[in-house]
Write a new protein. Structure first.
Length: 80
């Protein structure tokens, strides 16, 4: 019998804790990385849409996202 994910409180605690760690790590990103990450995650824009909004090439958006994800991964690894 599988347990429904919404019935497993420890998953919610782990997710909440992870979200707090991530939110705490975002200020360490460059301003452009923060903006690109927020546009990708919060606004759910594609890389092409972000590039158009910022008037940059999509590869610049990809570079910024990869840099942001890398910094967040390192920060999370340190926090956990």
């Amino acid at each position: 019998m599988a347990i429904e994910p919404h019935l497993e409180p420890e998953r919610h605690v782990d997710r909440d804790q992870s979200e707090r760690v991530i939110e705490g790590a975002i200020p360490a990103l460059s301003p452009r990385q923060q903006r690109v990450l927020r546009m990708r995650i919060d606004a759910e824009l594609t890389q092409a849409e972000i590039a158009a909004a910022l008037a940059v090439r999509p590869r610049i958006v990809l570079r910024d996202l990869n840099g942001a994800y890398g910094k967040l991964r390192r920060s999370i690894h340190i926090e956990i």
